[in-house]
Write a protein that binds this ligand. Sequence first.
Ligand code: ADP
Ligand code: MG
Ligand code: MG
Length: 491
Amino acid sequence: MSQARFASCIPLPLEHKVLVNVIEKAKDWALMHGVGMRDKKHFTKDAIQIAPFVLLPSPFPRTEFTKAIELQTVLNELMHKVAHNEEFLEHTLQNALQVDEFTANLYDIWVKVRNEGITQPISLGMLRSDIMLESRCPHTENQCAKHTPYCSWKQVEINSIASGFGHLGPVSRDIQSYILRQLNRGDLIKNMPENRALSGLCSGIIEAYDLFGIPSAVVLFVVEEVSYNICDQRFHEFEISETRPDIMIFRKTLNEIYEETELNDKKQLILDGHPVAVVYYRSGYEPAQYPSSREWDARLRVERSTAIKCPSIHYQLAGTKKVQQALAAAGALERFMGSSAATTRVRDIFTGLYSLDFDENGERAVEMAIADAERFVLKPQREGGGNNLYGEEVRDALLRMRHSRERAAYILMERILPPLVSGYVVRPGAPVPPQVVDLVSELGIFGVIIGTKDKIISNRQVGHMLRTKLADADEGGVAAGLGALDSPYLI
Ligand code: ADP
Ligand code: MG
Ligand code: MG
C-alpha cells in the first residue's frame, strides 16, 4: 500500500541555477528577518544562524484547515474547564504520579497553593493544538470517500506551556512568499492563509497585564539557561514593546527568579522593585529545567503569587499526555461539554488513545501494542520533543515494563500517517542545492483563553504554525534539529 501524496505547489525539481540562486537569497532574507536560531554546536550569544526551512509552502486541504481554525475556541474552553476540574485532574493523574516524579512535583505545587488559597483566580492560556492529516481512511482501504489523499486530521497533542513559534509561524509565510515572488510565482501567495499568531499571542499577555491593573507592574518571561529558540522568544518581547511601550519585560531563569524575587505581604511577586503582573513560561516544562530544589522553590513562589501565570500549574497539568488520553475515553468529553455537536467534533479529532494503567483496558492495550508495535507511539508525560518511542522501541519498552508500575506514566497512541509531499529543506551548513525529499507536516493552531474557574473573559483563535519533517523521521521538532519551518498552501 503506497502512502497518499499531495502534488507540490510548483512542479519539482527546480532548475539547478534557479534553485541555487533562490536559496542564496532566501538564506539572507532569513538571517535579516529573524528566521533564525542559535547554533547548538558552536554556541555564542553573538550569532544567529538560519533556522531550517522548507523552500515552498506545503499543501494542506482548505476545508480541513478551516475546520481546525474553527474548532480552536472549543478546545480552548475544554482545556480551561479541565484545568479547573480538580476531581478530574486528580483522578486522571493519580497512577502516573506514583511513578513520574516530575509530574508529581508539579502536582504537589498545585495541592499546596490550593490548600493555602488561590491568590490569583485568573489564568492565561496560550495553547497550541498540534494536528496531522491522517491519510488512511477508516471507511475504505486507502482512500477517503471524498477521494482525496487524506481522510481528516487528528490531534497529535495540545500544548499548554511554552507553545512556541508565534513569530516563526508567521515569518515562515513571509519567507516563502518572498521565495515564490523570486520564482515569479507570486500569484500563488493568495493560497497561503494570513497568520497573525505573534500579535494574537501577545494580545493575550497584554490583556492579562491590563486585568492585573497595576500601572507600574512588569511582565516576566521565564527562560532557559540558554535560549536556542531566541528569535521566537525575543520577537514576542519586541511586539509587546511596540504595541505597549509602557510594559517592561524581564527575562529570568528559574534560578534567577529564586535569587531575585520575593513575595510581599500582599503576595505580589516583586522583581526589581515592581510587582509582576504576568509570568510567561518559555521554560519549566521538563525535568532538566529544574536541576535543583531552588528551581522548584521558584516555581512555587510564582504560583503562590498574585501574578497571572501562563500557564498556571493546573493548566500545565491539563496539558499532560495522560489528560489527553483520558479525554478520549468514553463519556469524558460529555462531562465537560455535554452531548453537543461540538462534543462530536472534538471526539472526531482523537485518534486511538489508550491508558496503560493496571486494569483490564491497560492489559488489553499492552497486548495490542506488543503484537503490532508499528501501529503505535508510546508517550511519557513529557514535553519538548524527543521523548516518545516508536515501532520496535514500543514493543521493547512494553515487554520491559509489562509488570512494572512504571508503565502507568505512559500513554499509548495510534500512529498517524500523514500524506507525503516532495520538497526542498534548506538547513544551515548543508550542501546547496539540497535533494528533493519526501516530507510530512504537522499544523499547530494557537489559542488564547483568559478566565477564572467560573468565568471566561476572552477566548480566541489567534494563528497557526506549520512544521515539516522528513517522511521517515519519527519526530519533527525544529529546535531539536529534525523539523523545518513551513507554512500551509491551501488546496
Ligand atoms: P511533545 O510534547 O514532546 O512535542 P508530541 O506528542 O507532540 O510530544 O510528540 C512529538 C512528535 O512526535 C510530534 O511532533 C510528531 O512529529 C510525533 N508524533 C507524536 N504523536 C504522534 C502520532 N500519534 N502519530 C504520528 N506522529 C506522532
Ligand atoms: Mg507538547
Ligand atoms: Mg508536540
